[in-house]
Ligand binder design. Structure first.
Ligand code: FE
Length: 190
């Protein structure tokens, strides 16, 4: 359930303080409304303000934490360039069985990388049943992806290639295949 919280106002009594006398005295009503009830309203508003700040902190944390985690994988996913840099073993078999062939996988992953809108990532995910899938991440947003483990990631934020390739992202993606560390991908797949 999503609870939308708004700042509360102290709502005035719809009658005079003394109007409930003699059942409830004016004095009680004044204390009850102006002190006790008002205290709840004020404390609730203060708590709400804190919650909102907290949400900002959480967003900030999640953005930077996920950004850090994605870069951990990204840097480990690479090694010195090799010609004919192809996966072997388990990961090669899994790629073939999930995508038909390595060429097919490469084409789809490259397409995912080239078509990320703005800043983001192309990702090869492994799910809990070891099924592989290709996806995109906007910025570093990993929310809602529980159970999905990134095993091969490509940073296509402009900062990742602009100095080398200017705005030619496709050329960067093409070159990147030579530096993929398939041993690391295999380790992450296990
Ligand atoms: Fe980056």
């Amino acid at each position: 359930m999503v609870v939308v919280m708004k700042t509360l106002n102290i709502i005035p009594l719809p009658y005079a303080y003394e109007e409930l006398e003699p059942v409830i005295s004016k004095q009680i009503m004044e204390l009850h409304h102006d002190k006790h009830y008002a205290a709840y309203v004020n404390a609730a508003n203060m708590a709400l303000e804190k919650t909102e700040k907290n949400r900002e902190v959480m967003r900030d944390f999640s953005f930077n934490y996920n950004g850090a985690k994605m870069h951990e994988v990204f840097f480990a996913n690479m090694r010195k360039a090799r010609e004919n840099n192809l996966p072997e073993g388990n990961i090669s078999e899994m790629i073939n069985s999930n995508f038909g062939s390595f060429e097919n996988f490469q084409k789809e992953f490259s397409l995912a990388a080239s078509s990320v809108e703005g800043s983001g990532w192309a990702v090869l995910w492994k799910d809990e049943d070891n099924i592989l899938s290709i996806g995109q991440l906007e910025k570093h947003n990993l929310l809602g992806l529980n159970g999905m483990k990134p095993i091969l990631v490509l940073d296509v934020w402009e900062h990742a290639y602009y100095l080398d390739y200017l705005n030619n992202r496709a050329e960067y993606v093409k070159g990147w295949w030579q530096v993929v560390n398939w041993d690391d991908v295999e380790q992450r797949f296990k």
